[in-house]
Write a protein that binds this ligand. Structure first.
Ligand SMILES: NC(=O)c1ccc[n+]([C@@H]2O[C@H](COP(=O)([O-])OP(=O)(O)OC[C@H]3O[C@@H](n4cnc5c(N)ncnc54)[C@H](O)[C@@H]3O)[C@@H](O)[C@H]2O)c1
Length: 403
């Protein structure tokens, strides 16, 4: 493709507005369409407000702000996106809604137009197959809030032309983002590897071996900005459970991804996290974190009291499960080891990439931790990735330069 000058954005919600903002700031012309009355106008108002605040903070000049605003153009009709070289879809996460949107974009876009989806969890190939041009359909997964998050997962489907992935990686760079390429498989890179962080924490909680506060403190103690339960409260316990369920189902019930009952319980109770003032923790009106929801753990983890594990054991368990998941993503050819480590650090602010971290603490020690867990709960959730075992056995590295 020649230079990308104009992008189209379909859906002017949280993500569509963020994508439009960064594209306009990067000097691209942006056409935005949303069929819901008033949605595009509200998005443009919000973007204007964000840009004005950047001027106040000295991050943008008045002139840069004015020209970014001038590059944003609302379109009342979908056909108005036709002039774009790339159209990025950011409509709600519903497969039929997205397939319908792509069917219509296919009819509207020029023959060379690339159609990108910002889906977090749906297979790109299923969206692409709604069009007559699956070779020009790709995933372009931004993270929230778009202006602040550096990562974009570029997700070619099995039918996407290689040149399209190159064009989208280039576009991501134009927007000031770091692209990493991921296979079109459940959870892509970030949502898949991050499952391990939440799930092992929930399993520890459910077993009664440690409580919410101890687990969060342990993980903060080794450099995670938020513990797994604090993070789930930021993401939304409902959103987090839905993402986890989609990955579990996407892998046909693989035990490694089975959601925990505590996740269901907290969401079913309407404790959806910070947005409802209560999740795993209670929150004051000013957002200050209060104590944990004490009704949660005893109800599901009650019964005979089991031995408590200390911070070092909590850390070792959660890290081992994360490393196993990251290695399994390499083995499944989801992405390169470098891409996985970059993605996890940029999207989650983890102190170290999971693979480099695993090699630093020692893959043999990771395997030993997993073997002990697998012996105590032999239902497949702790099955060791064969590649991890092989690397540990021969003292190898995933990173070519080190092996
Ligand atoms: N919010 C996040 O944290 C986040 C992060 C990464 C990816 N995503 C993905 O981005 C996509 C959008 O999420 P969001 O949080 O911006 O949602 P949102 O609800 O904030 O915005 C969706 C927008 O789409 C519009 N819309 C509804 N039906 C439409 C249609 N048929 N055609 C065009 N527009 C339509 C709505 O009016 C709304 O403005 C989803 O696929 C989501 O999974 C979200």
């Amino acid at each position: 493709m020649n230079e990308i000058r104009t992008i189209g954005v379909l859906g002017a919600g949280t993500m569509g507005a963020g994508i439009a903002q960064v594209a306009a700031e990067a000097g691209l012309d942006v056409l935005i369409h949303d069929p819901i009355s008033g949605a595009t106008e509200r998005a443009l108002d919000r973007i204007g407000g964000f840009l004005a605040r950047k001027v106040e903070k000295g991050q943008l000049t008045e002139a840069e702000c004015a020209s970014a605003v001038a590059r944003l153009q609302a379109s009342s009709l979908l056909e108005g996106l036709a002039a774009a070289e790339v159209i990025i879809e950011a409509v709600p996460e519903d497969l039929e809604l997205k397939r319908d949107a792509f069917r219509r974009l296919d009819a509207v876009g020029a023959a060379t137009t690339i159609l990108a989806t910002n889906t977090s969890s749906l297979p790109v190939v299923r969206i692409a197959s709604a069009t007559t041009r699956p070779e020009q359909v790709i995933g372009m997964h931004f993270f929230n809030p778009v202006p602040l998050m550096a990562l974009v997962e570029v997700i070619p489907g099995p039918r996407t032309a290689p040149a399209v992935a190159d064009d989208i990686a280039l576009l991501a760079r134009l927007l000031g983002k770091t692209p990493v390429v991921s296979a079109d498989s459940p959870g892509f890179i970030v949502n898949r590897v991050q499952r391990a962080y939440y799930l092992e924490a929930c399993r520890i909680l459910e077993s009664g071996a440690a409580d919410i506060v101890a687990i969060d403190e342990a993980m903060r103690g080794i450099g995670f900005r938020l513990g797994p339960f604090e993070l789930a409260d930021v993401v939304g316990t409902d959103v987090n459970l839905a993402a986890g369920t989609a990955i579990f189902e996407g892998f046909y019930g693989e035990p490694r991804y089975r959601p925990c009952l505590v996740q269901r319980r907290v969401a079913d109770a309407g404790r959806l996290g910070r947005k409802t003032g209560a999740g795993y923790y209670d929150y004051a009106d000013d957002g200050t974190r209060g104590g944990p929801w004490t009704a949660l753990a005893p109800a599901v983890g009650g019964g005979p009291r089991i031995a408590q594990i200390d911070a070092a054991q909590i850390e070792a368990r959660i890290l081992a499960v994360i490393v196993n998941e990251a290695v399994s993503a390499v083995a499944d050819r989801v992405a390169s080891p470098e891409a996985i480590d970059t993605a996890m650090q940029l999207a989650t602010n983890w102190p170290e990439g999971p693979l480099a971290w695993g090699e630093r603490i020692g893959l043999t020690s990771v395997v030993h931790t997993l073997e002990a867990l697998n012996a105590s709960v032999p239902d497949g959730r702790y099955r060791i990735a064969p590649l991890l075992r092989a690397l540990a056995d021969r003292g190898g590295s995933l990173f070519a330069a080190r092996s």
